[in-house]
Design a protein around this ligand. Structure first.
Ligand SMILES: [Zn+2]
Length: 481
């Protein structure tokens, strides 16, 4: 048992899925040629004025409601001032005092235990641009850098938790929960690897039972929930070693190196006063009416936590399957549609979370953009039920269905992959296997009953998986007796 415990709080930056930027009408489309999505406002030219995008506020309110926050009827934007080449105005418009929402919570599930993590605040801000370092992916080793302002002014929502997480596992579960929630609300696509969801972890240690917080460090550069967990694990180990060696923890920002699994010091952590925040004079205070909040509330559908509960209760499927289904956009609708046509929820869930998810993930596809239709999936399941194809063959058929959009029937007809139900044909295959495998056959006859499994496998091989294993087993036993 360690004599220390860790305390973790997270800041999540979520890129909101609006078509235009937060303070101008430039497009937010990702991947355009550099410096195409820009205008005088987002590049900080003199004499221009920002105009707040209403959709951005709506998305933030939606999130705040789903996270049980109090929404401020009156909040203000502020200038956060710092100098960096990716920030053309030399300040970022953010919210400091009086953020849009405060005091919420979210429930997370870790190893079967439910924990409540409090949300400290949610505020809005604009993103900065992006530096492209020539000859290197970092500033070190690069001879010059270029700046791309396409991302400048893209709306960000920052969700700040209270330091309520005790372990890196809880931190990971928290980010997964928030990501699922944002996706289901349709406000953010939450792709950590593409940077549309970014996460910084604040972590400190203290002697077990101590109520005071230790000095925290901030861990940056994690682009997956696994990297977040690994980074926090590494940082906790480092802090414990340092404290045990009599060193003092310094408040600083640390960079996680995924290759070495270590965190390294990046810079000493800024204090809020370093940014000389002051109210943004070019924007009026943001006033949110109760009527508008009510209207947005009406538009929020079922939240992931509610959906998980309902699926488990109503359909009796496994919680982890529900989570996989909800992670993929459009899959819940597909799932419910298939159940309406076919029933058997766990079988549908197994296919969706197994072969179909594997295919979609490999191709970076969403199910609604794939060639698979609810009716064709149900058609394939019916062929398995009728015994026309085996479950094993079906795994190949589903890939062809996803590739071509054809029905299972068409594919089976073309490839002749139907199950062999003609016993005569099967017996021929069995006799061939018996002839070619004298040793296992003798073993079986000598009482080693387990060797029949091997022979069944050989028959399946000869018939290219088109036989029913239980029928093969039965016929083999007969032949060998
Ligand atoms: Zn612009």
């Amino acid at each position: 048992m360690s004599k220390y415990e860790s305390v973790i709080g997270l800041e999540i930056h979520a890129q909101l899925l609006t078509e235009s930027k937060i303070f101008c009408s430039c497009s937010t489309t990702f991947g355009n040629e550099p410096n195409r999505n820009i205008c005088p406002v987002c590049t900080g030219q003199p004499g221009v004025l920002p105009v707040l995008n209403k959709k951005v506020v709506e998305f933030a309110i939606k999130t705040a409601l789903a996270l049980h926050c109090q929404i401020a009827p009156y909040s203000i934007f502020a200038r956060k001032q710092y100098f960096y080449p990716d920030l053309p105005k030399d300040f970022q418009i953010s919210q400091y005092e009086l953020p849009l929402a405060t005091n919420g919570y979210v429930e997370i599930n870790v190893n079967g235990n439910t924990r409540c993590i409090r949300i400290h605040r949610i505020h809005l801000e604009e993103d900065a641009g992006k530096l492209v370092h020539a000859g290197s992916d970092r500033i070190q080793g690069s001879t010059y850098s270029l700046v791309d302002f396409n991302r400048t002014g893209v709306p960000l929502m920052e969700i700040v938790s209270e330091p309520d997480m005790a372990t890196p596992e809880e931190a990971r579960a928290y980010v997964q929960e928030i990501a699922a929630l944002l996706k289901s609300l349709g406000v953010c696509d939450a792709k950590m690897e593409e940077g549309s969801l970014r996460c910084d972890g604040n972590v400190s240690i203290r002697p077990v039972g101590d109520k005071n917080l230790g000095t925290k460090t901030e861990v940056k550069n994690v682009n997956s929930t696994k990297a977040l967990k690994d980074a926090l694990d590494a940082e906790i180990v480092r802090q414990i070693k340092a404290v045990d060696a009599g060193e003092r923890i310094i408040q600083e920002t640390r960079h996680f190196n995924e290759n070495t699994g270590q965190t390294i010091s990046l810079r000493s952590k800024e204090e809020a006063h370093d940014y000389r925040y002051f109210p943004e004079p070019d924007l009026v205070p943001l006033e949110v009416s109760k009527e508008w909040i009510d209207e947005i509330k009406q538009g929020i559908g079922e939240l992931p936590a509610e959906k998980i509960k309902r699926y488990v209760e109503q359909f009796g499927i496994k919680t982890e399957d529900v989570e996989t289904i909800l992670e993929s956009p459009g899959m819940a609708e597909f799932f419910e549609g298939a159940i309406r046509l076919y029933g058997k929820p766990q079988i549908v869930a197994n296919w969706l979370t197994g072969e179909i998810s594997a295919y979609l993930n490999a191709k970076k596809l969403e199910i609604k953009n794939s060639k698979l239709k609810i009716s064709t999936l149900v058609g394939m399941l019916a062929l398995i039920d009728k015994g026309t194809i085996s479950g094993k063959i079906a795994k190949e058929v589903i890939v062809k269905m996803l590739d071509t959009g054809k029905s299972a029937e068409e594919i089976v007809k073309e490839s002749g992959a139907t199950q062999i139900s003609d016993e005569g044909e099967l017996i021929k295959a069995i006799q061939e296997v018996i002839k070619n495998n004298p040793k296992p056959v003798q073993d079986y006859k000598d009482g080693k009953k387990a060797s029949i499994t091997f022979l069944v496998g050989q028959v399946m091989k000869v018939t290219k998986g088109r036989a029913k294993p239980d029928l093969v087993n039965k016929l083999l036993e007969k032949e060998l007796s």
